[in-house]
Design a protein around this ligand. Structure first.
Ligand SMILES: [Zn+2]
Length: 285
């Protein structure tokens, strides 16, 4: 999302700067399509990942859209399809502040069909992260997703950078509402006071919540192990936030390459759910 960076920049002074040269000593081990590049069994990335998790009680996870796609929630930007567009506007336009204010009914039509996913369930990634938090090993989940699946899986300390589709509020009186208010309303959900109810998500053109952003920076900069999953790290704030990490155990799990692969200790181009599940429960072969 490229719109709210005016406020993010305040917190991301290192954007665009390079990471320290000493990182070159820590060459990444890349597992591509099942090909094992390291010859010794104990050097294989899944084993190293398991050891990194076992050896730390200060892990932070940063996740992107790829965490949700494994629960059947497509990235909303591709949700309308290139060849089958039902909407007159691109998703980024519909999910913007100005569009919401001017075309609230059309916004909710898209939102209900493409973003609500009321039946989506947590996948192995959400469950593994909740388990790590219960074990006292994981300190926080920082996520760009708005689906609330980390909470549904049992995670407690979840920093939702873009808000949550589980929460709603009246723009006039501030009254809070659960997701049912949107499911039950046929058109724009209205408050008892007559005001328009909106999702507690960060729309394009809107600023991130400063408190959530500051907490995310704090956890990432204090983390011993930072696991980044399901994001290509091509857009801010994701890429900027990762640069606050000061440790030497950056782990990237993403199906495709990212610009940070060369800076990571462990890189796995695999499913985030399968990878985390295996790291906790074996089957790392
Ligand atoms: Zn109200």
């Amino acid at each position: 999302m490229s719109c709210y960076y005016t406020s993010v920049r305040k917190y991301l002074p290192m954007m665009g700067s390079t990471v320290t040269a000493t990182r070159q000593e820590n060459r990444p081990l890349v597992l591509l399509g099942g090909a094992v590049m390291a010859t010794r069994q104990e050097n294989r990335p899944p084993v190293l990942l398991r050891e990194a998790i076992q050896g730390s009680d200060n892990i932070v996870f940063f996740g992107g859209a790829g965490v949700s796609t494994e629960s059947g929630i497509p990235d909303f930007r591709s949700a309308d399809g290139v060849y089958n567009m039902k909407y007159k506007y691109p998703p980024e336009t519909i999910v913007s502040h100005s569009f919401f204010m001017q075309n609230t009914s059309e916004f909710y039509r898209f939102y209900r069909e493409k973003m609500l996913h009321p039946d989506a369930m947590p996948n192995k990634a959400h469950l593994a992260l909740a388990e790590l938090e219960r074990q006292g090993k994981l300190k926080a989940v920082v996520t760009q997703n708005v689906d609330g699946l980390h909470h549904k899986a049992g995670s407690v300390n979840v920093l939702e950078l873009h808000g949550s589709r589980s929460r709603y509020y009246c723009m006039s009186c501030g009254a809070k509402y659960p997701i049912d208010v949107v499911i039950e309303a046929e058109d724009v959900p209205l408050c008892k006071c007559g005001g328009t109810i909106r999702p507690d998500v960060v729309l394009f053109e809107e600023s991130l919540d400063q408190h959530v952003l500051e907490e995310s920076v704090r956890y990432i900069s204090n983390a011993e192990v930072l696991i980044v999953g399901g994001t290509s790290l091509n857009v801010y704030p994701a890429a900027g936030l990762i640069q606050y990490y000061k440790g030497d155990m950056l782990i990237l799990i993403n199906k495709t390459e990212t610009p940070f692969d060369s800076k990571a200790r462990i890189v796995l181009h695999e499913s985030i759910g399968e990878t985390l599940h295996s790291a906790l429960h074996g089957n790392t072969g």
